[in-house]
Design a binder for this molecule. Structure first.
Ligand SMILES: *Cc1c(COP(=O)(O)O)cnc(C)c1O
Length: 420
Protein backbone atom coordinates (compact mmCIF):
# COMPACT_ATOMS: atom_id res chain seq x y z
CA UNK A 1 0.00 0.00 0.00
CA UNK A 2 1.09 3.50 -0.72
CA UNK A 3 1.78 5.59 2.35
CA UNK A 4 2.16 9.13 1.14
CA UNK A 5 1.24 12.42 2.69
CA UNK A 6 1.60 14.63 -0.39
CA UNK A 7 -0.14 14.10 -3.75
CA UNK A 8 2.99 15.27 -5.59
CA UNK A 9 4.85 12.80 -7.82
CA UNK A 10 8.48 13.97 -7.87
CA UNK A 11 10.97 13.62 -10.76
CA UNK A 12 13.58 10.84 -10.67
CA UNK A 13 12.29 9.91 -7.20
CA UNK A 14 11.41 6.43 -5.97
CA UNK A 15 8.71 7.33 -3.47
CA UNK A 16 8.72 3.85 -1.91
CA UNK A 17 12.32 4.40 -0.81
CA UNK A 18 12.35 8.11 -0.16
CA UNK A 19 9.40 9.19 1.96
CA UNK A 20 10.44 12.64 3.04
CA UNK A 21 11.22 15.50 0.66
CA UNK A 22 13.52 18.20 1.98
CA UNK A 23 11.35 21.30 2.28
CA UNK A 24 13.27 24.39 1.21
CA UNK A 25 11.94 27.83 2.06
CA UNK A 26 14.67 30.16 0.86
CA UNK A 27 17.77 30.20 -1.33
CA UNK A 28 20.60 32.66 -1.26
CA UNK A 29 23.96 32.46 -3.01
CA UNK A 30 25.29 28.92 -2.62
CA UNK A 31 22.91 28.11 0.25
CA UNK A 32 19.46 26.65 0.68
CA UNK A 33 17.52 27.14 3.90
CA UNK A 34 15.06 24.47 5.00
CA UNK A 35 11.81 24.67 6.92
CA UNK A 36 13.44 22.83 9.83
CA UNK A 37 16.13 25.49 10.14
CA UNK A 38 19.05 23.87 8.30
CA UNK A 39 21.47 25.64 5.93
CA UNK A 40 22.44 23.36 3.05
CA UNK A 41 25.33 24.01 0.66
CA UNK A 42 24.06 23.52 -2.89
CA UNK A 43 27.02 21.59 -4.32
CA UNK A 44 25.23 20.64 -7.56
CA UNK A 45 23.77 24.05 -8.41
CA UNK A 46 20.24 22.65 -8.02
CA UNK A 47 20.64 20.17 -10.93
CA UNK A 48 23.20 22.24 -12.82
CA UNK A 49 21.14 25.36 -13.38
CA UNK A 50 22.29 27.94 -10.81
CA UNK A 51 25.38 29.84 -11.99
CA UNK A 52 25.94 33.12 -10.09
CA UNK A 53 23.95 31.97 -7.05
CA UNK A 54 20.38 31.55 -5.82
CA UNK A 55 18.30 34.75 -5.90
CA UNK A 56 21.00 36.91 -7.45
CA UNK A 57 19.85 40.50 -6.78
CA UNK A 58 20.11 41.81 -10.36
CA UNK A 59 18.25 38.81 -11.79
CA UNK A 60 15.53 39.03 -9.10
CA UNK A 61 15.10 42.72 -9.77
CA UNK A 62 14.83 42.19 -13.55
CA UNK A 63 12.14 39.55 -12.95
CA UNK A 64 10.17 41.87 -10.66
CA UNK A 65 10.26 44.77 -13.11
CA UNK A 66 9.28 42.66 -16.13
CA UNK A 67 6.49 40.85 -14.26
CA UNK A 68 4.74 44.18 -13.71
CA UNK A 69 4.98 45.22 -17.37
CA UNK A 70 4.29 42.22 -19.62
CA UNK A 71 4.40 38.71 -18.27
CA UNK A 72 3.29 36.64 -21.28
CA UNK A 73 2.61 37.20 -24.97
CA UNK A 74 2.08 34.86 -27.93
CA UNK A 75 5.43 34.76 -29.76
CA UNK A 76 4.08 33.91 -33.21
CA UNK A 77 3.72 37.22 -35.03
CA UNK A 78 4.74 39.16 -31.90
CA UNK A 79 7.98 40.14 -30.24
CA UNK A 80 9.17 42.05 -27.18
CA UNK A 81 12.17 43.92 -25.90
CA UNK A 82 13.57 41.26 -23.50
CA UNK A 83 13.59 38.59 -26.25
CA UNK A 84 15.21 40.95 -28.77
CA UNK A 85 17.86 41.90 -26.21
CA UNK A 86 18.59 38.29 -25.27
CA UNK A 87 18.94 37.27 -28.93
CA UNK A 88 21.25 40.19 -29.73
CA UNK A 89 23.43 39.59 -26.66
CA UNK A 90 23.59 35.84 -27.31
CA UNK A 91 24.89 36.38 -30.84
CA UNK A 92 27.75 38.44 -29.39
CA UNK A 93 28.77 35.59 -27.08
CA UNK A 94 28.25 32.34 -29.00
CA UNK A 95 30.49 30.84 -31.72
CA UNK A 96 30.43 32.97 -34.87
CA UNK A 97 28.73 30.36 -37.08
CA UNK A 98 25.40 30.88 -35.30
CA UNK A 99 23.03 33.50 -36.70
CA UNK A 100 19.46 32.75 -35.61
CA UNK A 101 17.86 32.16 -32.21
CA UNK A 102 14.81 29.97 -31.59
CA UNK A 103 13.33 30.18 -28.08
CA UNK A 104 11.77 27.38 -26.05
CA UNK A 105 11.39 26.45 -22.41
CA UNK A 106 13.61 23.51 -21.45
CA UNK A 107 16.81 21.78 -22.45
CA UNK A 108 14.89 18.78 -23.78
CA UNK A 109 12.76 21.01 -25.96
CA UNK A 110 15.82 22.86 -27.27
CA UNK A 111 17.22 19.48 -28.39
CA UNK A 112 13.92 18.46 -30.01
CA UNK A 113 14.01 21.78 -31.87
CA UNK A 114 17.61 21.12 -32.96
CA UNK A 115 16.65 17.69 -34.36
CA UNK A 116 13.64 19.16 -36.17
CA UNK A 117 15.78 21.98 -37.59
CA UNK A 118 18.27 19.43 -38.92
CA UNK A 119 15.66 17.22 -40.56
CA UNK A 120 13.76 20.28 -41.81
CA UNK A 121 16.94 21.58 -43.43
CA UNK A 122 17.58 18.38 -45.41
CA UNK A 123 13.90 18.02 -46.28
CA UNK A 124 13.60 21.59 -47.53
CA UNK A 125 16.74 21.51 -49.67
CA UNK A 126 15.42 18.37 -51.36
CA UNK A 127 17.93 15.85 -49.98
CA UNK A 128 15.91 14.18 -47.23
CA UNK A 129 18.01 12.60 -44.49
CA UNK A 130 16.84 11.41 -41.09
CA UNK A 131 19.57 9.33 -39.44
CA UNK A 132 21.08 10.83 -36.26
CA UNK A 133 24.53 9.87 -35.00
CA UNK A 134 25.02 10.04 -31.21
CA UNK A 135 27.73 9.36 -28.65
CA UNK A 136 27.62 6.43 -26.23
CA UNK A 137 26.58 7.43 -22.65
CA UNK A 138 24.98 10.67 -23.87
CA UNK A 139 22.04 12.39 -22.24
CA UNK A 140 19.92 14.91 -24.11
CA UNK A 141 16.65 14.94 -22.13
CA UNK A 142 13.63 12.87 -21.12
CA UNK A 143 11.16 13.44 -23.96
CA UNK A 144 10.68 10.66 -26.50
CA UNK A 145 12.90 12.26 -29.15
CA UNK A 146 15.69 13.16 -26.72
CA UNK A 147 15.55 9.71 -25.10
CA UNK A 148 16.01 8.27 -28.60
CA UNK A 149 19.29 10.15 -29.09
CA UNK A 150 20.42 9.45 -25.51
CA UNK A 151 21.88 6.36 -23.87
CA UNK A 152 19.49 3.40 -23.61
CA UNK A 153 19.21 1.90 -20.16
CA UNK A 154 17.18 1.73 -16.99
CA UNK A 155 15.86 5.28 -17.50
CA UNK A 156 14.04 4.41 -20.72
CA UNK A 157 13.73 0.61 -20.80
CA UNK A 158 9.92 0.80 -20.64
CA UNK A 159 9.70 3.15 -23.60
CA UNK A 160 12.08 1.36 -25.98
CA UNK A 161 9.38 0.54 -28.54
CA UNK A 162 8.67 4.26 -28.98
CA UNK A 163 12.29 5.30 -29.50
CA UNK A 164 13.74 5.78 -32.98
CA UNK A 165 16.87 4.06 -34.15
CA UNK A 166 20.20 5.94 -34.12
CA UNK A 167 23.86 5.19 -34.82
CA UNK A 168 26.08 5.37 -31.75
CA UNK A 169 29.83 6.02 -31.65
CA UNK A 170 31.85 4.96 -28.59
CA UNK A 171 32.72 7.47 -25.87
CA UNK A 172 36.31 8.69 -26.48
CA UNK A 173 37.82 7.10 -23.38
CA UNK A 174 41.41 8.04 -22.59
CA UNK A 175 43.67 6.23 -25.05
CA UNK A 176 40.75 5.08 -27.22
CA UNK A 177 39.93 8.37 -28.91
CA UNK A 178 40.79 7.12 -32.40
CA UNK A 179 38.04 4.47 -32.19
CA UNK A 180 35.48 7.24 -31.70
CA UNK A 181 36.81 9.24 -34.62
CA UNK A 182 36.94 6.16 -36.87
CA UNK A 183 33.37 5.20 -35.94
CA UNK A 184 32.14 8.73 -36.63
CA UNK A 185 33.93 8.81 -39.97
CA UNK A 186 32.40 5.46 -40.93
CA UNK A 187 28.89 6.52 -39.84
CA UNK A 188 29.16 9.76 -41.82
CA UNK A 189 30.39 7.88 -44.89
CA UNK A 190 28.03 4.89 -44.82
CA UNK A 191 24.77 6.09 -43.32
CA UNK A 192 24.09 9.47 -44.91
CA UNK A 193 23.16 10.96 -41.53
CA UNK A 194 21.33 14.25 -41.05
CA UNK A 195 23.28 15.23 -37.95
CA UNK A 196 25.65 14.26 -35.19
CA UNK A 197 24.61 15.43 -31.72
CA UNK A 198 27.08 15.62 -28.86
CA UNK A 199 27.68 17.14 -25.42
CA UNK A 200 30.95 19.05 -25.86
CA UNK A 201 33.85 18.13 -23.49
CA UNK A 202 31.66 16.61 -20.78
CA UNK A 203 28.80 14.08 -20.74
CA UNK A 204 26.65 15.09 -17.76
CA UNK A 205 23.99 12.59 -16.75
CA UNK A 206 26.02 9.81 -18.38
CA UNK A 207 28.37 10.09 -15.40
CA UNK A 208 30.32 13.36 -15.76
CA UNK A 209 32.53 11.73 -18.39
CA UNK A 210 35.15 14.13 -19.73
CA UNK A 211 37.15 14.16 -22.95
CA UNK A 212 39.69 16.61 -24.38
CA UNK A 213 39.12 19.54 -26.72
CA UNK A 214 41.16 18.03 -29.57
CA UNK A 215 38.66 15.16 -29.86
CA UNK A 216 35.79 17.64 -30.08
CA UNK A 217 37.69 19.56 -32.79
CA UNK A 218 38.34 16.36 -34.77
CA UNK A 219 34.71 15.26 -34.52
CA UNK A 220 33.62 18.62 -35.90
CA UNK A 221 36.15 18.37 -38.73
CA UNK A 222 34.87 14.91 -39.70
CA UNK A 223 31.27 16.17 -39.80
CA UNK A 224 32.28 19.21 -41.80
CA UNK A 225 34.08 17.14 -44.45
CA UNK A 226 31.10 14.74 -44.70
CA UNK A 227 28.57 17.63 -44.67
CA UNK A 228 26.79 16.22 -41.62
CA UNK A 229 25.21 18.85 -39.36
CA UNK A 230 27.04 19.18 -36.04
CA UNK A 231 24.70 19.80 -33.09
CA UNK A 232 26.36 20.94 -29.85
CA UNK A 233 24.16 20.23 -26.83
CA UNK A 234 25.57 22.83 -24.41
CA UNK A 235 22.52 22.68 -22.15
CA UNK A 236 24.76 21.69 -19.22
CA UNK A 237 28.26 22.65 -20.44
CA UNK A 238 27.30 26.25 -21.19
CA UNK A 239 27.66 29.24 -18.88
CA UNK A 240 31.18 28.66 -17.59
CA UNK A 241 30.92 25.06 -16.41
CA UNK A 242 33.87 23.85 -18.48
CA UNK A 243 36.01 26.92 -17.69
CA UNK A 244 35.04 28.95 -20.76
CA UNK A 245 31.62 30.49 -21.33
CA UNK A 246 30.84 27.65 -23.79
CA UNK A 247 32.70 24.36 -24.12
CA UNK A 248 32.99 24.70 -27.92
CA UNK A 249 35.30 27.72 -27.45
CA UNK A 250 38.07 25.49 -26.12
CA UNK A 251 38.13 23.48 -29.34
CA UNK A 252 37.53 26.53 -31.52
CA UNK A 253 34.45 24.69 -32.81
CA UNK A 254 31.62 26.56 -34.51
CA UNK A 255 28.60 24.24 -34.43
CA UNK A 256 25.86 24.26 -37.07
CA UNK A 257 23.21 24.09 -34.35
CA UNK A 258 23.65 24.70 -30.60
CA UNK A 259 21.34 24.22 -27.61
CA UNK A 260 21.58 26.28 -24.42
CA UNK A 261 19.34 26.20 -21.35
CA UNK A 262 19.93 25.47 -17.62
CA UNK A 263 22.15 28.48 -16.74
CA UNK A 264 20.64 30.69 -19.48
CA UNK A 265 18.48 32.47 -16.90
CA UNK A 266 21.19 32.12 -14.26
CA UNK A 267 19.10 29.27 -12.86
CA UNK A 268 16.07 31.42 -12.04
CA UNK A 269 13.35 30.60 -14.59
CA UNK A 270 12.86 27.97 -17.31
CA UNK A 271 14.14 29.13 -20.70
CA UNK A 272 16.06 27.58 -23.58
CA UNK A 273 17.35 28.54 -26.99
CA UNK A 274 18.40 26.65 -30.10
CA UNK A 275 20.74 28.62 -32.33
CA UNK A 276 21.52 27.77 -35.94
CA UNK A 277 23.53 28.76 -38.96
CA UNK A 278 21.94 31.10 -41.51
CA UNK A 279 21.54 28.45 -44.20
CA UNK A 280 19.41 26.30 -41.88
CA UNK A 281 17.08 29.26 -41.35
CA UNK A 282 17.26 30.07 -45.08
CA UNK A 283 16.14 26.54 -46.00
CA UNK A 284 12.90 27.32 -44.16
CA UNK A 285 12.58 30.86 -45.57
CA UNK A 286 10.11 30.82 -48.43
CA UNK A 287 6.80 32.22 -49.69
CA UNK A 288 5.76 28.55 -49.69
CA UNK A 289 4.09 28.12 -46.29
CA UNK A 290 4.78 24.37 -46.18
CA UNK A 291 8.40 25.30 -45.45
CA UNK A 292 7.50 27.04 -42.18
CA UNK A 293 9.32 25.77 -39.07
CA UNK A 294 6.33 24.20 -37.36
CA UNK A 295 7.31 24.33 -33.71
CA UNK A 296 6.18 26.26 -30.65
CA UNK A 297 5.78 25.96 -26.91
CA UNK A 298 2.94 27.95 -25.32
CA UNK A 299 5.47 29.91 -23.28
CA UNK A 300 8.03 30.40 -26.07
CA UNK A 301 10.28 33.36 -25.11
CA UNK A 302 8.25 34.19 -22.01
CA UNK A 303 9.07 37.86 -21.30
CA UNK A 304 9.81 37.36 -17.60
CA UNK A 305 12.17 34.46 -18.31
CA UNK A 306 13.81 36.54 -21.06
CA UNK A 307 14.27 39.47 -18.66
CA UNK A 308 16.00 37.08 -16.25
CA UNK A 309 18.21 35.82 -19.09
CA UNK A 310 19.01 39.40 -20.11
CA UNK A 311 20.14 40.15 -16.55
CA UNK A 312 22.23 36.97 -16.60
CA UNK A 313 23.83 37.88 -19.94
CA UNK A 314 24.62 41.33 -18.55
CA UNK A 315 26.46 39.67 -15.67
CA UNK A 316 28.54 37.70 -18.20
CA UNK A 317 29.60 40.97 -19.85
CA UNK A 318 31.45 41.83 -16.63
CA UNK A 319 35.00 40.66 -16.29
CA UNK A 320 34.34 39.60 -12.69
CA UNK A 321 32.03 36.76 -13.77
CA UNK A 322 34.69 35.28 -16.07
CA UNK A 323 37.34 35.70 -13.40
CA UNK A 324 35.07 34.04 -10.88
CA UNK A 325 34.87 30.95 -13.12
CA UNK A 326 38.69 30.86 -13.19
CA UNK A 327 38.97 31.08 -9.43
CA UNK A 328 36.28 28.42 -8.85
CA UNK A 329 38.17 26.14 -11.28
CA UNK A 330 41.37 26.71 -9.28
CA UNK A 331 39.63 26.07 -5.94
CA UNK A 332 38.04 22.93 -7.38
CA UNK A 333 41.45 21.64 -8.48
CA UNK A 334 42.78 22.21 -4.97
CA UNK A 335 39.81 20.34 -3.49
CA UNK A 336 39.98 17.33 -5.80
CA UNK A 337 43.79 17.00 -5.92
CA UNK A 338 44.27 14.90 -2.71
CA UNK A 339 41.81 12.29 -4.03
CA UNK A 340 44.13 11.43 -6.93
CA UNK A 341 46.33 9.58 -4.43
CA UNK A 342 43.41 7.95 -2.58
CA UNK A 343 43.04 4.32 -3.73
CA UNK A 344 39.36 4.27 -2.75
CA UNK A 345 38.60 6.61 -5.64
CA UNK A 346 39.09 6.11 -9.36
CA UNK A 347 38.98 8.31 -12.45
CA UNK A 348 39.45 11.48 -10.38
CA UNK A 349 38.76 14.26 -12.88
CA UNK A 350 38.03 17.92 -13.47
CA UNK A 351 36.97 20.04 -16.41
CA UNK A 352 36.67 23.73 -15.59
CA UNK A 353 34.48 24.21 -12.52
CA UNK A 354 33.23 20.60 -12.40
CA UNK A 355 34.95 17.76 -10.56
CA UNK A 356 34.01 14.08 -10.41
CA UNK A 357 35.35 10.86 -8.95
CA UNK A 358 34.19 7.25 -8.78
CA UNK A 359 33.96 5.43 -5.50
CA UNK A 360 35.76 2.10 -5.89
CA UNK A 361 34.70 -1.05 -4.10
CA UNK A 362 30.98 -0.50 -4.34
CA UNK A 363 28.52 -1.72 -6.97
CA UNK A 364 28.47 0.27 -10.19
CA UNK A 365 25.84 1.98 -12.30
CA UNK A 366 23.04 4.45 -11.66
CA UNK A 367 21.09 2.03 -9.46
CA UNK A 368 24.15 1.23 -7.33
CA UNK A 369 22.99 0.89 -3.73
CA UNK A 370 25.80 3.25 -2.77
CA UNK A 371 23.94 6.11 -4.51
CA UNK A 372 21.08 6.61 -2.03
CA UNK A 373 23.38 5.80 0.93
CA UNK A 374 25.84 8.47 -0.18
CA UNK A 375 23.03 10.94 -0.71
CA UNK A 376 21.66 10.30 2.77
CA UNK A 377 25.15 10.69 4.24
CA UNK A 378 25.67 14.04 2.50
CA UNK A 379 22.22 15.18 3.56
CA UNK A 380 23.16 14.47 7.17
CA UNK A 381 26.11 16.83 6.60
CA UNK A 382 23.81 19.53 5.21
CA UNK A 383 25.19 19.19 1.70
CA UNK A 384 23.19 18.86 -1.49
CA UNK A 385 25.17 16.27 -3.46
CA UNK A 386 23.40 13.75 -5.67
CA UNK A 387 25.81 11.06 -6.86
CA UNK A 388 25.16 9.41 -10.22
CA UNK A 389 25.41 5.86 -8.87
CA UNK A 390 29.00 5.48 -7.67
CA UNK A 391 30.11 8.75 -9.31
CA UNK A 392 30.29 11.71 -6.94
CA UNK A 393 30.55 15.10 -8.62
CA UNK A 394 30.74 18.70 -7.46
CA UNK A 395 29.23 21.43 -9.65
CA UNK A 396 28.71 24.47 -7.41
CA UNK A 397 27.30 27.91 -8.14
CA UNK A 398 30.20 30.32 -8.79
CA UNK A 399 29.65 32.23 -5.53
CA UNK A 400 30.83 29.14 -3.59
CA UNK A 401 33.64 29.89 -1.12
CA UNK A 402 36.84 27.99 -0.35
CA UNK A 403 35.35 27.19 3.07
CA UNK A 404 32.23 25.68 1.42
CA UNK A 405 34.40 23.54 -0.84
CA UNK A 406 36.52 22.41 2.12
CA UNK A 407 33.34 21.26 3.81
CA UNK A 408 32.20 19.43 0.67
CA UNK A 409 35.49 17.58 0.12
CA UNK A 410 35.86 16.72 3.81
CA UNK A 411 32.42 15.09 3.64
CA UNK A 412 33.36 13.14 0.48
CA UNK A 413 36.42 11.78 2.26
CA UNK A 414 34.34 10.93 5.34
CA UNK A 415 31.76 9.20 3.14
CA UNK A 416 34.47 6.87 1.85
CA UNK A 417 35.61 6.23 5.43
CA UNK A 418 32.06 5.43 6.49
CA UNK A 419 30.80 3.47 3.48
CA UNK A 420 33.67 1.68 1.73
C1 LIG B 1 19.71 18.61 -18.51
C2 LIG B 1 20.08 18.35 -19.91
C3 LIG B 1 19.14 18.34 -20.94
C4 LIG B 1 17.65 18.47 -20.67
O1 LIG B 1 17.33 19.70 -20.13
P1 LIG B 1 15.94 19.89 -19.34
O2 LIG B 1 15.85 21.36 -19.09
O3 LIG B 1 16.07 19.09 -18.08
O4 LIG B 1 14.87 19.38 -20.24
C5 LIG B 1 19.57 18.16 -22.23
N1 LIG B 1 20.88 18.01 -22.51
C6 LIG B 1 21.82 18.00 -21.56
C7 LIG B 1 23.25 17.84 -21.94
C8 LIG B 1 21.46 18.14 -20.21
O5 LIG B 1 22.39 18.10 -19.26
Amino acid sequence: MTVKKSPIWHPFTQHALQHEMTKVVRGQGAYLYTEDGRRIIDAIASWWVVTHGHCHPSIVSAIQKQAEKLNQIIFAGHTHEPAEEVAALLLKLVPRSLDYVFFSDSGSTSVEVALKMALGYWHNIGEPRSRIVVMQHSYHGDTVGTMSVGARGVFNAAYGPLLFDVTSVPFPALGHEQATLDALEAACRDENPAAFIVEPLMLGAGGMLMYPAWVLREMKRICEVAKVLFIADEVMTGWGRTGTLFACEQADVSPDIACYSKGLSGGSLPLAVTLCRADIFDAHYSKDRTRTFFHSSSYTANPVACAAAKANLDLWQNRESRERVGSVAAMQEKGIEPFRADARFGNVRRTGTVTALDLIGCDKGYLASSGPRLQAFFNSRNLLLRPLGDTIYVMPPYCVTAADLNEIYAAIKDAADALV
